[in-house]
Design a protein around this ligand. Structure first.
Ligand SMILES: *Cc1c(COP(=O)(O)O)cnc(C)c1O
Length: 376
């Protein structure tokens, strides 16, 4: 059992961190390991910080069982920066890229790629279903000559998630995945099928301020000359992500987070815990006789972000948010672009927190079985 927090926080990001990570950071804040310095005060070129960033990269590689021909990079600019960083690093000698769009973030990635690449081909889009399902793979239209194929493994706002394995793509395709909101939530059994994986840390792996990139070494030779220097992966790889001053403190917290995941039993164990949490939550939705509604097709429901509505009724949802907040269940409002409600139940969220939410949902349905009468 993990100790309870003062509130149950279901934020989509920046999100909950494991209590133990925060406690270690607190105890080391002023004097890191007897150095007399805070991690925020030390040179990134010193032996102390080198050991911090080195351990973070090594622990991440060990969690992911990362093959030797991949580099771990800690970069700045967030996942949104990577929307530009990906085409800028991978399209030398190419004029076409392929994107699969299954929600808000995939669309954002396309928009950014269009600035740098002549042909941004949409392999398929879930927009006609309001991003409630993944388009049937039989309808995906790959280009014969794309530099890469990009997809979003978990759409944080729409709650649409791919399975644990890489989608099927034509032989030789370089697969690039925005894994921001399900990174480290489960093992990646076929990691060698990916060319690049990236993830903003603030969902499932640490605090805001650092984006993690995993890049297959042979792809380091394809940067466009206009790529900003701090984003040239080859140069960052050569410099252990310290071409310039890295986001030292966020990387340190990520390192503590990776150690916590290892201690929890690694990604297999965390995946089992995540699956249990998601199934508890979807069970309450499915057993509510249509009171709670999950808009997402059951074949691609996210285990990390669970959007739902209550009888499609805004007033009932407002009441839910107010009462939930009194019960110390926080940050359950859906993203402004889609409305409704959303519970984000990332790695750091304990089963007990989901149990508290589920109990509240059952009690709320009993107390408010029908929408309130409209105000006169
Ligand atoms: C949050 C998120 C982003 C944007 O991340 P920033 O770090 O804010 O740039 C991109 N993609 C996905 C899937 C996300 O969840």
């Amino acid at each position: 059992m993990e100790p309870a927090r003062a509130v149950n926080n279901f934020s989509a990001g920046p999100a909950l961190l494991p209590l133990e990570v925060l406690q270690i950071a607190q105890s080391e804040m002023i004097d890191w390991h007897g150095s007399g310095m805070s991690v925020m005060e030390m040179s990134h070129r010193g032996k102390e910080y080198e050991s911090i960033i080195g351990a973070a990269a090594a622990d991440l590689a060990s969690l992911l069982k990362l093959p030797k021909n991949y580099k771990v990079l800690f970069l700045q600019g967030g996942a949104t920066g990577m929307f530009a960083g990906v085409p800028l690093n991978l399209t030398k000698g190419f004029d076409t890229v392929d994107y699969l769009v299954t929600g808000h973030w995939g669309k954002g990635a396309v928009k950014e790629a269009q600035k740098y690449v002549k042909n941004v081909n949409i392999v398929a889009s879930g927009e006609s279903t309001k991003f409630t399902q993944i388009p049937d793979p039989a309808t995906w239209k790959f280009s014969p000559n794309a530099a890469y194929f990009h997809f979003t493994s978990n759409e944080t706002i729409h709650g649409v998630e791919f399975g644990a394995t890489c989608p099927n793509v034509p032989e030789g395709t370089v697969v690039v995945c925005d894994m921001s909101s399900d990174f480290l939530s489960r093992p990646i059994p076929d990691i060698e099928k990916y060319g690049v994986i990236y993830a903003g840390a603030q969902k499932n792996a640490g605090p805001a301020g650092v984006v993690i990139a995993i890049v297959r070494e042979d792809l380091l030779e394809r940067a466009l000359p206009i790529c900003p220097g701090v984003w040239v992966w080859k140069d960052q790889a050569k410099n252990q992500s310290m071409l310039n001053t890295p986001p030292c403190y966020p990387i340190y917290i990520c390192g503590l987070y990776f150690k916590w995941l290892l201690k929890m039993g690694g990604l297999e164990a965390i995946a089992a815990r995540n699956a249990e949490k998601a199934s508890r939550l979807y069970r309450v939705i499915d057993n509510s006789a249509g009171y709670y509604i999950s808009p997402v097709h059951p074949s691609c429901r996210s285990a990390m972000n669970v959007p739902f509505r209550i009888m499609n009724n805004d007033a009932l949802e407002d009441m839910f948010l107010k009462e939930a907040s009194k019960a110390k269940l926080l940050q359950l409002k859906g993203h402004r672009s889609v409305g409704g409600l959303r519970a984000s139940i990332y790695n750091a969220c304990a089963l007990g927190q989901v149990e508290a939410l589920v109990a509240f949902m059952e009690q709320f349905q009993k107390a408010h079985p029908t929408p309130p009468a409209p105000a006169q």
